[in-house]
Ligand binder design. Structure first.
Ligand code: MG
Length: 160
């Protein structure tokens, strides 16, 4: 049985994963209306992945005798000045998520919940990949500059 403390922290994180999904969906719409179909498709996949994280966390809670809930999700931003600005926003946001996951792991350690620790380690590793991927995209955008940004857009459209 999971502790009340961990249950409410995981439910908060479920809301945060859904907020992330909404942010990336908003970015997908933004890219689509500005002619960056590759970036739009990349963000759409990213939004789906975040929704899956919420489902994974809910499934874990249920297996451990807890009750997952969907809490209120605050509104997200819908406007960015450039593709680069949107991806910078993603990078900052993923850094914030990494800190939250670290905090969840620390809480699981405090609560002496080994199963929860094991569960959160997967997300610690996931965040390393997320941050590296977005940082790599930003690097490519910087190298490409405004004139070759559509080349990066085409590459991002190839995400599986
Ligand atoms: Mg996530």
């Amino acid at each position: 049985m999971i502790s009340e403390k961990l249950q409410s922290a995981i439910n908060e994180q479920i809301a945060m994963e859904l907020w992330s999904a909404n942010l990336y969906m908003a970015m997908s719409f933004y890219f689509d209306r500005n002619g960056f179909q590759g970036c739009s498709s990349w963000m759409r996949k990213q939004a789906i992945e975040e929704t899956e994280h919420a489902y994974e966390m809910a499934g874990f809670l249920t297996k451990r005798g807890g009750v997952p809930v969907v809490e209120q999700i605050p509104e997200v931003t819908n406007h960015w000045d450039s593709p680069m600005e949107a991806f910078k926003n993603v990078y900052l946001h993923e850094g914030h998520i990494s800190k939250r996951i670290d905090h969840l792991l620390e809480l699981a350690i405090e609560e002496k919940d080994n199963a929860a620790q094991d569960f959160f380690w997967k997300f610690v590793r996931e965040q390393v990949e997320e941050e590296a991927t977005v940082s790599g995209i930003l690097d490519r955008m910087k190298v490409a500059g405004d004139s070759s940004i559509l080349y990066v857009d085409t590459q991002l459209g190839q995400r599986q």
